[in-house]
Design a protein around this ligand. Structure first.
Ligand code: GDP
Ligand code: MG
Length: 363
C-alpha cells in the first residue's frame, strides 16, 4: 500500500514523513515541485504481534508495512493550467490514497504558504490543483476519442465520451471524481487514468502545540469533510516528532499523558489510512515467525494464502483459523484446539481482521 503525502509548502509534510518513517529528511526548506520525492517504508503498529510473540517466542516478528511518499510542495498559486510540475503529478498518480496535510499551527519563523492560517482555503487550493490536473487529462482524452470516432467510427468511443463528458462537467463544478456514483463499467473505464480526485483522501490537520487542549476547535471543518467521505484527523507534527525521539515506551506514555494525548497521532493516522483503504490484517504465528499480512476486507482464504506465497494459493487445501482473541484467551494453539476454537475453513471463507491462520496446501 502506497500513501502520498500532499499539501501546501510549510504545512509540515516532511516533518510528518520523518516521524512516520524515523528518517531525518531536512524540513523547513523549500523543495521545488520537480524534486525527487522522499520514500519511506513504515511498520504498521500492531500490539497483537507483541502478544503473539510472547506466546510463540519466534525468531522473527514481521509487521505489515505501508509505503509513504513525501511529495514536494504544491504551489500556492496553483490553479494555472499546465503549471503543475509533471514529475510531481507523476509521483502521486500511482499512490493508493492521498494524505493531505493542512496547517493550522502558528510558527512565526515559518510563514504559512497562504499568507495566513486558513485551513478551509488551503484545502480548497490543493483540491483545485488536483481537480485541474484531472480536468486536463479528461480534456486531452476527449479530443483523442472524438477524433477516433469521427475518423474510424469507433463504437466503444461513444460510451467513453459520455463518461468523460460527465467527469468534465463535475470537475468543472469542483466535484471530485471520488464523489460521483459510477457504474462498474464506468469504474473500469477510468481505472487506467489514475485520476487524482478519484483517490481516497484523508486530511491531517497539523495543529499547533497550544491547540492540543482544544479538540473541538475544528469540529465544523471535520464534519464537513467527513460527510464527504474524507476522514479528518488532528495531530501536532512537532509534538509527534518530540515523542518519537524519546526512545522508550514508558517515557512516551508519561509525556503523552502530560499533554492529554491518548494515542499517538501516528498510530491513529496509520489506522485510519488502513480503514480508509478497506484494509485489514491477518496473522500467522509459529516458532520461526510471527507476522501480519495486509489484505482488503472481503478477501477469501485462498486469495489471502496467495499474499503469503503463490504456491499456497495454487495448492490451497484449507485454512486453520482461530481469532486472535480466542487464541489469547486460550493461552496456546493446542488449548484453542482442545476447546474447539480452531476452525477448519475452505477456500471461500472470508478472512477477518486478526484471524490467526495456518494454510494447508499441496505443492
Ligand atoms: N510550531 C510548529 N512548527 C511545525 C509543526 N510542524 C512543522 N513545523 C515546522 O514548519 C516548518 C516546515 O515544515 P516541513 O515539514 O518542512 O513542511 P513541508 O514544506 O510541508 O514539508 C519546519 O520548520 C517545521 O519544524 C508544528 O506542528 N508546530
Ligand atoms: Mg517538505
Amino acid at each position: 500500500m502506497k500513501l502520498g503525502i500532499i499539501g501546501l509548502p510549510n504545512s509540515g509534510k516532511t516533518t510528518l514523513f520523518n516521524v512516520l518513517t524515523g528518517r531525518h529528511v531536512q524540513t523547513g526548506t523549500f523543495t521545488p515541485a520537480d524534486a525527487e520525492p522522499n520514500i519511506g517504508i513504515v511498520k504498521v503498529p500492531d500490539e497483537r504481534l507483541d502478544k503473539l510473540a510472547e506466546m510463540f517466542r519466534p525468531k522473527k516478528v514481521t509487521p505489515a508495512t505501508v509505503e509513504y511518499i513525501d511529495i514536494a510542495g504544491l504551489r500556492r498559486e496553483g490553479g494555472v493550467k499546465g503549471e503543475l510540475g509533471k514529475e510531481l503529478l507523476f509521483h502521486i498518480r500511482n499512490v493508493d490514497a492521498l494524505i493531505h496535510v493542512v496547517r493550522t499551527f502558528r510558527n512565526d519563523k515559518v510563514p504559512p504558504a497562504g499568507g495566513d492560517i486558513n485551513p478551509e482555503r488551503d484545502i480548497s487550493t490543493v483540491n483545485l490543483e488536483l481537480t485541474l490536473s484531472d480536468l486536463d487529462i479528461v480534456e486531452k482524452r476527449m479530443e483523442r476519442v472524438e477524433i477516433n470516432i469521427k475518423k474510424k467510427g469507433e463504437k466503444e468511443g461513444i460510451a467513453e465520451l459520455q463518461l468523460l463528458t460527465k467527469l468534465k462537467q463535475n470537475l468543472e463544478a469542483g466535484i471530485p471524481i471520488r464523489q460521483l456514483e459510477l457504474s462498474e463499467d464506468e469504474k473500469k473505464l477510468i481505472k487506467g487514468f489514475q485520476f487524482l480526485t478519484a483517490k481516497p483522501m484523508l486530511i491531517v490537520l497539523n495543529i499547533g502545540e497550544e491547540e492540543l487542549k482544544f479538540p473541538e476547535r475544528y469540529r465544523d471543518l471535520k464534519e464537513k469533510y467527513q460527510s464527504l467521505g474524507i476522514p479528518v484527523i488532528e495531530l501536532c507534527a512537532e509534538i509527534e516528532s518530540q515523542i518519537s525521539q524519546l526512545g522508550d515506551k514508558e517515557t512516551e506514555k508519561a509525556f503523552m499523558e502530560d499533554l492529554g494525548i491518548k494515542e499517538s497521532g501516528l498510530t491513529r493516522l496509520i489506522r485510519v489510512s488502513y480503514e480508509l483503504l478497506g484494509l485489514i490484517s491477518f496473522l500467522t504465528a509459529g516458532k520461526e515467525e510471527v507476522r501480519a499480512w495486509t489484505i482488503r476486507k472481503g478477501t477469501k482464504a485462498q486469495q489471502a494464502a496467495g499474499v503469503i506465497h503463490s504456491d499456497m494459493e495454487k495448492g490451497f487445501i484449507r485454512a486453520e483459523v482461530v481469532s486472535y482473541e480466542d487464541l489469547i484467551k486460550s493461552g496456546s494453539l493446542a488449548a484453542a484446539r482442545n476447546k474447539g476454537l480452531l476452525r477448519l475453513e475452505g477456500k471461500d471463507y472470508i478472512v477477518q481482521d486478526g484471524d490467526v491462520i495456518e494454510i494447508r496446501f499441496n505443492v
